[in-house]
Design a protein around this ligand. Structure first.
Ligand SMILES: Cc1cc2nc3c(=O)[nH]c(=O)nc-3n(C[C@H](O)[C@H](O)[C@H](O)COP(=O)(O)OP(=O)(O)OC[C@H]3O[C@@H](n4cnc5c(N)ncnc54)[C@H](O)[C@@H]3O)c2cc1C
Ligand code: SF4
Length: 346
């Protein structure tokens, strides 16, 4: 273990100032990811700034009619909050699909957004990994890549052609897939003040800087996650497919929120659709064009299949993970059926 200093503060401004003054410092919240990474020698902070006493542990209404989740709410308290259960059951389901009860009691909402990939090579410091050590190579592309990405891995090079991927890691969070479908916003505070980041812009694709997972500046603290008024309380589902039923990260997961026209007496016409995928890309994956394909259409398997084909257009497997392309399509069709109440929920 490398040596580091430890400080704890109950003031947001102090935490931000301390972080800004030491480039290699890190905030620590529940510690469920950061401590593991320190033990594996992947993260080597020189100072830990404990933020667990900051006043960011409440859920409150926003002026826009939504809900503000303090960044230091635990995953468990968020998932079991009455307002979240009633207004954003998709989020509650997604959180409860992740980790174990003990972990959810420690893990915070802000930390969940910033947890790092579960790529095995990232944790194994004896292997090349562009995310851990930029320029060293990616062991997963020609290695064992069963859990890796099938979308968003290729970028354009300077000639406009397709460049080789630099990293095919996936973002491991369940909560973030629901937040993408809900179109949440992330509020942050840094030395340059406060700003709000739309969820779609928070995580990033690897491009040629795979070491950077998101658009947060190093000295910025997440203060809250804001949910908009629209929460899809009636028609929603979170479907997570994984190797075993007890706690495991998703091979593929799908968050769906629908609004259906009830005026025809059958409630079968989709008026709004949101679909986000987990386990398939460096960030929670959304494609608004695929969602638009469903608007004004009846909830049928054929229409769901068309949306699934559109979402997976351009997907590429790397051998061990190629099965995910078909798995994701089937998961999308099933999740849409569950959300529209055509199929029993699983
Ligand atoms: C065995 C195991 C299984 C798991 N399974 C799942 C799963 O199935 N699904 C899933 O989604 N997750 C899973 N997790 C991950 C878990 O949800 C995350 O580790 C947790 O949410 C991280 O939150 P934390 O508060 O512990 O973060 P920490 O470990 O404290 O911090 C993580 C990172 O976030 C930064 N940070 C924390 N809070 C803030 C903030 N407010 N502002 C700025 N930076 C901040 C830290 O500096 C650090 O870089 C699992 C974890 C383990 C150990
Ligand atoms: S996929 Fe990304 S995290 Fe995994 S070895 Fe390659 S560069 Fe590293």
């Amino acid at each position: 273990m490398n040596s580091f200093t430890y400080t704890r503060t109950d003031a947001i401004d102090t935490a931000v100032r301390e972080r800004a003054s030491e480039q290699t410092a890190k905030f620590i919240a529940g510690g469920t990811n950061l401590i593991d990474l320190m033990k594996e020698n992947v993260e080597r902070p020189t100072r830990l700034i404990d933020i667990t006493k900051l006043p960011l542990t409440t859920i409150s209404d926003t002026v826009a009619g939504g809900l503000r989740l303090g960044a230091l709410m635990t995953n468990a308290d968020t998932a079991y909050n009455e307002q979240v259960i009633q207004r954003y059951p998709l989020l509650s389901q997604a959180i409860l699909a992740g980790a174990s009860p003990q972990l959810r009691n420690m893990a915070t909402d802000g930390g969940n957004l910033l947890q790092r990939t579960r790529c095995y090579y990232f944790y194994d410091t004896a292997t090349p990994c562009n995310k851990r050590e930029p320029g060293s190579g990616c062991s997963a592309i020609n290695g064992y890549n069963r859990i890796h990405a099938i979308l968003g891995t290729h970028d354009r090079d300077h000639t406009g052609g397709m460049a080789e991927p630099s990293c095919i890691a996936t973002h491991p969070s369940d909560m973030c897939v629901a937040l993408a479908a809900l179109e949440a916003e992330v509020r942050v505070k840094g030395s340059n003040g406060e700003r709000t980041i739309p969820f779609a812009d928070f995580h990033r694709l690897p491009g040629n800087t795979p070491q950077i997972d998101n658009t947060l500046q190093p000295d910025e603290l997440i203060t809250s996650i804001d949910l908009p008024a629209r929460g899809f309380p009636e028609f929603h589902t979170y479907l997570k497919l994984r190797d075993r039923a007890s706690y495991a990260f998703a091979l593929v997961s799908v968050a769906v929120g629908l609004e259906m026209d009830q005026s025809d007496g059958r409630g079968n016409t989709i008026t709004t659709a949101r679909i986000a995928l987990g386990g398939v890309a460096h960030k929670p994956w959304r494609k608004p064009e695929a969602e638009t394909l469903l608007v004004g259409k009846p909830a049928t398997k054929e229409n769901f299949q068309a949306a699934a084909e559109s979402l997976l257009a351009g997907a590429q497997g790397f051998g061990h993970n190629t099965f995910k392309i078909e798995l994701a399509k089937r998961a999308i069709v099933r999740a849409l059926g569950q959300a529209a109440k055509l199929e029993p929920t699983a």
